[in-house]
Design a protein around this ligand. Structure first.
Ligand SMILES: C[S@@+](CC[C@H](N)C(=O)[O-])C[C@H]1O[C@@H](n2cnc3c(N)ncnc32)[C@H](O)[C@@H]1O
Length: 290
């Protein structure tokens, strides 16, 4: 596992939870009320953040399949889920490789699967699922992948909920004159191939909306921006350094300008002056009559 990915996911989780659309989560939960148990697949699950957010929105009995290509992230997931659930009063046990969480009549069975979703060449993981979900994934995937996903959801009548898709927008204060140029380089980097063919990047949410509307689904979108202040110093630092790194990859000839910008942004951060808004969207979609 990329250690930095694991710590990045842990670092961003509180900001993700603060930003996510409870309205869209509830719109999905209401439409799944009759499913017992409700069967969910989470794509690109990482260490299971999306499950930790949704578990209390969904009905009492849940069965989750958590899919990621990173075997070590999935191995870390079960320890993190256990700690998280025990701290919230769940009784945690194992049934073979599955993890079982129980609390106040609520029961959640969790399975993990190592799988590269890049090709998405059949719908096996969607069969008999009520909900297909993902968080912080859609900006990595391609338009074509989104069309395949939408048609697999349609074929299996799955509802869909995709959280925290980056939309290409960010605003930082104090302003620096290079902010817009760095964002443009970062957005260009977002469109490179992340293992799913050239990524939809900042267009991903719009592209997902077109794909799901194209198969007759009703689509709802909601803004879920990160609003980061001085309390999120570490997350801001990782973000700023990540932007600089992406910009350097796209424009190595501008290295000295980018490094100078980075030094000034980190200086604002050290002084407690830095605030950053990062644009995200959540998207929910359901088939006619759901
Ligand atoms: C930005 S992380 C989001 C993780 C998690 N959903 C969250 O919100 O914390 C993207 C995740 O997608 C996974 N991923 C990337 N490419 C993948 C692929 N081709 N197949 C399966 N998983 C993939 C990564 O390993 C990573 O866990």
């Amino acid at each position: 596992m990329d250690e930095s990915l694991s710590s990045w996911l842990a670092l961003r989780e509180p900001a993700d939870f603060a930003a996510r659309s409870a309205i869209l989560a509830e719109a999905i939960a209401q439409r799944l009320d009759a499913a017992d148990p409700v069967r969910v697949v989470d794509l690109g699950t990482g260490t299971g953040s999306n499950l930790r957010y949704l578990i209390d929105h969904l009905s009492r009995r849940q069965e989750w399949l958590l899919v990621d290509r990173d075997r070590r992230l999935l191995a870390e997931l079960s320890g993190r889920m256990r700690l998280w659930a025990e701290a919230r009063g769940y009784h945690v046990s194992s049934d073979g490789a599955d993890l079982l969480l129980r609390r106040d009549g609520r029961e959640c069975r969790i399975q993990t699967r190592v799988m590269d979703l890049g090709a998405l060449s059949d719908d096996e993981i969607f069969r008999e699922r009520h909900l297909v979900t993902a968080s912080a994934l859609l900006d990595l995937v391609s338009d074509r992948w989104l069309c395949a996903l939408a048609s697999y959801c349609r074929a299996n009548r799955c509802l869909a909920l995709f959280a925290l898709t980056y939309n290409g927008e960010s605003y930082s204060v104090p302003r620096e004159r290079e902010d817009d140029a760095i964002r443009a380089l970062m957005n260009k980097h977002q469109r490179t191939d992340k293992g799913f063919a050239p990524a939809a990047g900042p267009e991903a949410s719009a592209s997902a909306a077109r794909a799901f509307e194209g198969v007759g689904y009703e689509v709802r979108r909601d803004r879920t921006n990160w609003m980061l202040g001085p309390e999120s110093e570490e997350l801001q630092r990782e973000l700023i350094e990540g932007w600089a790194h992406a910009a350097l990859e796209m424009a190595p000839e501008n290295a000295s300008v980018i490094r100078d910008w980075l030094a000034r942004r980190l200086d604002h951060l050290r002084q407690g002056l830095s605030r950053i808004v990062v644009g995200h969207e959540d998207l929910a979609a359901w088939p006619p009559g759901a």
